[in-house]
Structures are given as structure tokens and as C-alpha cells.
Ligand binder design. Structure first.
Ligand code: CP
Length: 304
């Protein structure tokens, strides 16, 4: 029994295999429509979600399985004080696999130690979001053909943006990756990511506050939302929330094959006018997330 808490729980070879499966699902959906017949996925979401929860649920339904779960902590016995461990021990009696989101960093790890079925981290606080990274990787693969030799701009809230932390971990295992970290000083990448990943593995990176200066160098521009729910002080959020707003004119100096990504939801970071640009890939990311979650469920359930 195996859980996925961090993107590094998957080897590069396993990520290749998940991408191959996802591409095959895209080409041959009928082949997969009964693969999880009589299996149940439990979605335990202690924090709000649209894409992650619904794409996990759509993924399981498209594999012929069923879904149980809750979409908010106050719809569960957590509201009465039940621990995460007791919740997942209970849910392990009903479901074959669990996808869990929780506002506390490390909660899915705790859950995986108590559960008797696989647990997938669907986002824990400002820490990690490995299945968003799977969606991001499939998007990069389909747009760029490989993960090597890319200049990746990560822009916005790099402090609390868990998708950024997981994506840096994932891409750092490929060759020729160069990061440009674009953020206000207050929202810089945490030291534990800079030291434990970028510095440790000698990954080239630069930090800047200037998106326009970085723009012409980028193969990937990964925009992120300023994470209001992680701020202690509303005034700080208000001051920082519109630090970067991507509008069509700001793309004048960008490469013609730039891939513009965002894990969504967006607030103001990308103007809707950018949606018509052929380089906008964020709704492709949404769709790719479902296929990668299908591939991951198959892998963790040991379905051929
Ligand atoms: N990208 C992402 O995690 O979106 P949701 O919060 O809507 O699940």
C-alpha cells in the first residue's frame, strides 16, 4: 500500500509512466471506462476546492468507480473534534483510496500513517500539491515535448504557493532547467525550498521583482494567486494582492511559444483578455489534471 504525499514520492520513471498512461487515456478513453469498477474513492476536503476535488471525482467516475466524501470540514465529524487519524481509519473501512486536502501542512502525511488504503495529498496548507504538479507536468510535456532546457518563470506568491514548491521539486530533476523567481520581497520562495532544492542541486535561479524584465527569457510563465487564506494580516494581503497582473500588452516581448500557466483559481493575476492568447494554457492544465489523476488512481490501486 502506497501513498503520494510529495511529488518526490514518484520517481522520474514513474512520472514518465503516468504521462504515458494519461496520454493513452486521452487517445482511448473507452479502454479505461471499467478499470475501477466496484472501487471507491473518498475525497476528504477540509479546505475549499473546485478543480482538485471535482477532477478527482470525475477521474474516478470515468474509470467506472464511485466516489464518497465531504467538501468541507464542517460537513464531517472533524467539526465535533475528531482527529485526522480517526477520520481516515474510519474512511479506510469504506473506500479503496483517499484524496485529502487539509489547511495544516503535514496532515495528509499523518493521514497516510493511520490509513489502511492509499492516501493522495490534494494540497496541504502552504506546503505541497503533488497532483497539481502532475497536471502541470503533463501540460508542459504536451506543449514543449520534454522537461529539459527550459527557463521557467514563477511569478506571484512564491511563499505560500504550494503548487510552486511542488513544481520546483519536480522540475529540478531534469537537465537544463533555469528558474526565474518573480515576487515581492515579502512573498519570496521559502528558504527551505531554496536551500534544500535549488542550492543543494545547483539549479540555476535568479530572484527579481520585475516581471517585464524577465518576460523575454521565459519558456514557461507560471502565474500564481496571492494566497489570502494564509495571511495573518488582511492589510498585508491588500497591499500585495495585485503585485502582478498579466495583461496582453505585457506579453509584447514574450516568446511566441511561451506557455502561460496558472494552477487556478485566479483572482486578478491574469486578465481575462489573455485567455484569447494562443499561449494561454491554464484551462488545458485543468483538463490535464483529470487525466493525470486517473493515471495516478490506476497506479495506486495496482490496476493494469
Ligand atoms: N489548482 C487547485 O488546487 O484548484 P482548487 O483549489 O480549485 O482545487
Amino acid at each position: 500500500m502506497r501513498s503520494i504525499i510529495d511529488i518526490l514520492d514518484l520517481s522520474v520513471e514513474e512520472i514518465d509512466s503516468l504521462i504515458n498512461t494519461a496520454c493513452d487515456i486521452i487517445e482511448n478513453p473507452d479502454k479505461y471506462c471499467d478499470k475501477c469498477k466496484r472501487k471507491k474513492l473518498a475525497t476528504l476536503f477540509f479546505e475549499p476546492s473546485t478543480r482538485t476535488r471535482l477532477s478527482f471525482e470525475a477521474a474516478m467516475y470515468e474509470l467506472g468507480g464511485n466516489v464518497i466524501g465531504f467538501s468541507a470540514a464542517n460537513n464531517s465529524s472533524a467539526a465535533k473534534g475528531e482527529s485526522v487519524s480517526d477520520t481516515v481509519k474510519t474512511v479506510s473501512c469504506y473506500a479503496d483510496i483517499i484524496a485529502m486536502r487539509h489547511p495544516k501542512e503535514g496532515a495528509p502525511m499523518v493521514a497516510s500513517m493511520a490509513a489502511s488504503v492509499p492516501v493522495i495529498n490534494a494540497g496541504d496548507g502552504g506546503h505541497n500539491h503533488p497532483t497539481q504538479t502532475l497536471a502541470d507536468l503533463l501540460t508542459i510535456y504536451r506543449e514543449k515535448g520534454s522537461f529539459n532546457n527550459l527557463t521557467v518563470g514563477l511569478c506571484g506568491d512564491l511563499k505560500f504557493g504550494r503548487t510552486v514548491h511542488s513544481l520546483i521539486n519536480a522540475l529540478s530533476r531534469y537537465s537544463g532547467i533555469n528558474f526565474i523567481l518573480i515576487s515581492p520581497d515579502e512573498l519570496k520562495l521559502p528558504d527551505y525550498v531554496t536551500n534544500n532544492v535549488l542550492k543543494k542541486y545547483n539549479i540555476p535561479y535568479e530572484e527579481t521583482t520585475d516581471l517585464l524584465e524577465a518576460m523575454p527569457k521565459l519558456d514557461i510563465l507560471y502565474m500564481t494567486r496571492v494566497q489570502r487564506e494564509r495571511f495573518f494580516n488582511e492589510q498585508d494581503y491588500i497591499r500585495l494582492k495585485d503585485s502582478y497582473i498579466l495583461t496582453p500588452d505585457k506579453l509584447d516581448t514574450a516568446k511566441q511559444d511561451l506557455c502561460i500557466m496558472h494552477p487556478l483559481p485566479r483572482v486578478n493575476e491574469i486578465s481575462v483578455a489573455v485567455d484569447n492568447d494562443k499561449r494561454a494554457c491554464y484551462f488545458k492544465q485543468v483538463k490535464n489534471g483529470k487525466y493525470m489523476r486517473m493515471a495516478l488512481i490506476l497506479m495506486l490501486l495496482g490496476v493494469e
